[in-house]
Ligand binder design. Structure first.
Ligand SMILES: [Zn+2]
Length: 534
């Protein structure tokens, strides 16, 4: 009893001291950051949807701030790198979904049961095909997992539960759950369409909100080199509350599947007795957008030709279904917060020109919300030589909604960039932790992933929490109520001190990486090392 008490006291002291130290060394006060967030999240910018006037206004503001800070243009047209996209929208009045069993047709309601996803459905299609349940739908050779083995999927629709088994390491699971990787093995098996059953255990937002925005147009990069799902005719997303009817007569229930999926246990695989009947009418049109690229040049004559990228997406989801009478999805934290940090960082390096040996590339990408498209385009067509990019520090929705005592570092164990981020956090009295919620798949859900796939070590850091703490509840509530909702606006409580401390951390990480003797390296055992080709 006594021992425990003194341990608690010691912990308490340890938590207080470093916070006092760091507040004296900060280059940031939170106020300029908040001013930028307020501009970007203003109703007049209408949620910064890709291709919209609101996003163009946000980008013009960002360019002005970067110029003011003395950053040099490093795009194609000055600060801008044009990105050509196509937009896809389902005309639901001319579309339908139904399950067919023994000649009986059961219509599915788009609002309540299932909808056609335009990320996977890029042209009008009519199909009727049997459905096979394939568990999590994963083929992961590194772990001898092949959920497609022994199933006849040729010409079939495959249904899977979003998620992965617990014995697959997070990064590996994330990688194989990307649309492109998942489709590679499904395409090879002859499947023609997918049904994704959302996993009730890992849904960030409730079905009602997902469904309310289902008709929001999707986008993809226009250039055919970026078509990652050749042969995929249709993608359908199913409400777990309606999933039971897929399993009728199969000898299994969705309740049983969901219970296994909750604990990430292995799932059975079997043909269902239903066929999917789909009539999808898709309308498409071209969209023009752009990334913004700026440079802070290093001082070393050789090393200045190498770049540490600081990336953040500046787009958000625009105007959507009203919630409490509000239709503007302002995106203050997602990702006004990261965009504002990029502007602050440019200004800070100008005001305090510590010797940067390597150069820093400031990248504000478009179309992140459409599937990481702006960063995908930049990673494929960088405005500096590809091999000169040594690291990506990505900032997306870092959520300074509680004091910064714990820092979640995605990629912490993958490279020495992750190790450096952890060491810097520790030196500032902040506890670095890996992602405590691997089911959310965060490692592949923001722009760093496109750099990783090009072999560039990357990290994404967020204000974090430990499991079972009151902070966990605050984050959970934020995701449920504000994530991709109109209430992610400037009327929410934020912790300006946490924002400033996070900026200080990011600044130190950029400086140390720009000035280190060697480029960051993937760890020998990291799965992602394969992309570096060494
Ligand atoms: Zn988002």
């Amino acid at each position: 009893m006594r021992k425990m008490l003194s341990a608690i006291l010691l912990l308490g002291i340890a938590a207080i001291l470093p916070a006092q130290q760091t507040s004296t060394t900060s280059h940031f006060d939170g106020n300029s950051w908040w001013a930028h967030v307020k501009f970007l999240a203003d109703d007049s910018l209408e949620g910064r949807d890709t291709g919209s006037e609101g996003l163009r206004k946000a980008q013009a503001y960002a360019v002005e701030q970067l110029q003011k800070a003395g950053a040099e243009p490093a795009g194609v047209n000055g600060f801008y790198q044009p990105v050509r996209l196509n937009q896809f929208e389902v005309d639901e009045a001319k579309s339908s979904l139904a399950l067919v069993s023994n000649g009986q047709r059961t219509p599915l309601s788009f609002a309540d049961d299932a909808f056609i996803g335009t990320r996977a459905t890029h042209s009008t299609v009519y199909l009727e095909a049997p459905v096979v349940f394939i568990g999590y739908g994963l083929k992961i050779p590194e772990k001898n997992l092949d959920e497609l083995a022994g199933l006849d999927l040729n010409g079939k629709v495959v249904a899977y539960l979003a998620g992965s088994p617990a014995d697959i390491p997070t990064a590996l699971a994330s990688h194989y759950q990307t649309a492109v990787e998942r489709w590679k093995s499904l395409h090879a098996s002859g499947a023609i369409a997918t049904i994704t059953i959302l996993n009730p255990a890992s849904m960030d937002i409730p079905w009602s909100r997902i469904s309310a925005n289902r008709n929001h147009p999707s986008m993809d990069l226009a250039d055919p080199e970026f078509n990652e799902t050749p042969g995929l005719q249709l993608g359908v997303t199913v409400n777990p509350a309606s999933a039971e009817r897929l399993f009728n007569g199969s000898g299994h229930t969705f309740a049983e599947i969901a219970a296994l999926g909750k604990d990430r246990k292995p799932l059975p695989h079997f043909p269902l007795t239903v066929s999917l009947l789909a009539n999808a009418t898709v309308v498409s049109k071209p969209v023009e957008s752009a990334n913004i690229v700026a440079k802070l040049e290093g001082s070393d004559p050789t090393l200045k030709n190498e770049f540490v990228v600081l990336s953040a997406h500046i787009d958000h989801v625009g105007i959507g279904a009203p919630i409490n009478g509000d239709r503007i999805y302002n995106g203050a934290m997602d990702n006004g917060s990261g965009s504002a940090l990029v502007m602050d960082m440019a200004a800070s390096f100008k005001a305090h020109p510590e010797k940067l040996q390597r150069s820093i590339l400031l990248l504000l990408v478009t179309a992140e919300e459409k599937g990481l498209l702006g960063s995908k385009y930049f990673a494929a067509h960088p405005t500096v030589p590809p091999k000169s990019i040594i690291a990506d520090v990505n900032v997306d929705m870092f959520l300074p909604i509680v004091p910064l005592k714990v820092l979640k570092i995605e990629g912490i164990e993958e490279s020495d960039l992750g190790a450096r981020a952890a060491a810097i956090a520790q030196s500032m009295g902040i506890k670095p932790i890996p992602d405590p919620e691997p089911l959310r798949n965060a490692f592949i859900r923001s722009d760093q992933y496109n750099f990783i796939k090009k072999g560039v070590p990357a990290v994404k850091c967020d204000v974090g929490f430990e499991l079972g703490t009151p902070e966990q509840k605050i984050f959970k509530e934020w995701l449920t109520n504000r994530y991709h909702a109109p209430s992610d606006d400037v009327n929410q409580p934020v912790d300006l001190h946490a924002a400033a401390l996070y900026e200080e951390f990011t600044r130190q990480l950029l400086l140390d990486t720009a000035n280190a003797a060697a480029r960051p390296q993937w760890k020998a055992e990291s799965f992602f090392r394969r992309y570096a080709g060494d």
